[in-house]
Design a protein around this ligand. Sequence first.
Ligand code: UD1
Length: 436
Amino acid sequence: MERYVIRGGNPLRGTVEISGAKNAAVAIIPAAILVRGVCRLENLPQISDTDTLLRVLTYMGAVVRTLNPSTVEIDCTNVHIDSLPEDIWALTRRIRASYYLIGAMLGRFGAACSTMPGGCNFGVRPIDQHIKGLTALGADVRVEGGFIQARAKSGRLKGAKIYLDKVSVGATVQVMIAAATAEGNTVIENVAREPHIVDLANFLNSMGADVRGAGTDVIKIRGKASLHGGSYALIPDQIEAGTYMAAVAAAGGSVKIANVIPKHLDCISSKLREMNVEIEEGDDFVLVSREGDLRHTNVKTMPYPGFPTDMQPQIGAVLCCAAGLSVVTEGVWDNRYKYIEELRKMGAQAQVDGRTAFIQGVDRLSGATVRACDLRAGAAVVIAGLAAEGTTRVEDIQYIERGYQDIVGKLRALGADIRCVDEPAEPPVVPSWIAG
Ligand code: UD1
């Protein structure tokens, strides 16, 4: 079984290059289905989620060429949705973003089929707003036997005015993709404003779409008959950058986090400053340093520009080492504290009550065998392991590799003692005071 073995205690020093944004990539790759021609994507992160989606497109008849590790060309001229091989569904079930294939297939073919999506389990993850949006665009959408099937009633989607009842990243992306080649104009109100929403809009526009207002709470789209090929470089990953910032806060040291958009990190920087972490901003980097003791703070997650829910586990891990009582409130998901149980195995003092976690900082965490319960929960236990005394073994690392490009290599280059090893599962070590 592959796992990470971390010997904690080394401060982090040096420079880390942030990869392209995962959540932009997983929206943009399906959106490429709308493009009749070659679309070249630069700054694509090398993670298993993007790999899975590129394989799905290949099964659909796309030609994917890798020009260098972070640049691919996707030619969707000959994609189809007829007689797709069974193997494709094992891939679409693995990831959340596979439901964007529905909007893209509907936009291109007026019909669509995919499985219900997989992805991290944060409690119930409804898709009612996706269905509401696609239905408003004239699709008949059915969910049956684990599959989503959709058909444009008049053969092609038609622009519409849509109000989302919930600020949803997924529903905003879904409707933007579907409406880009619908007939007529679409207005989507109460949309998400995350950086990757703006990135998707910029991608679509560079392929000939007309999408305006991304980054505000109303998006207006003039449907185009089809999109053409082009070249697009993805934004850097806000959450990957935030994860390394949190790692420096927990382990101490001083690291230049390069290839970032500092504005996207404002809410994370503010919280870390409250915790006694120094942050200097450059044009495309932040310099993060922590020498003194960490102070407690309170965090509430919210849609952008609020503190991102995808940084909640990582900041939770840092707060475990911050003097005093911190209160974390999860404002997006019902069940995003599974990592707390893992951190308790490392000596963290934390209690969860519904959507609130109360974390009393301890002087030092201690290494233990822990699980990555999901992608960001996995990042949290890695961060805790870097700060802990002794050895931490992280199991189920496949979740981490869904969203972090070469996390082991990047941390090692900063001086962390972390290795990926293939070793058999061990029986739990009995502490000497019990064994004796
Ligand atoms: C995306 C991110 C995920 C992040 C989340 C919030 C991707 C691939 N994933 O997930 O990492 O944690 O945004 O920033 O980009 N909701 C409904 N009905 C819907 C859709 C959502 O009620 O049809 C609710 C959800 O239950 C949740 C809230 O809306 O409480 C926000 O969810 P949403 O923004 O859609 O998250 P995802 O797009 O799934």
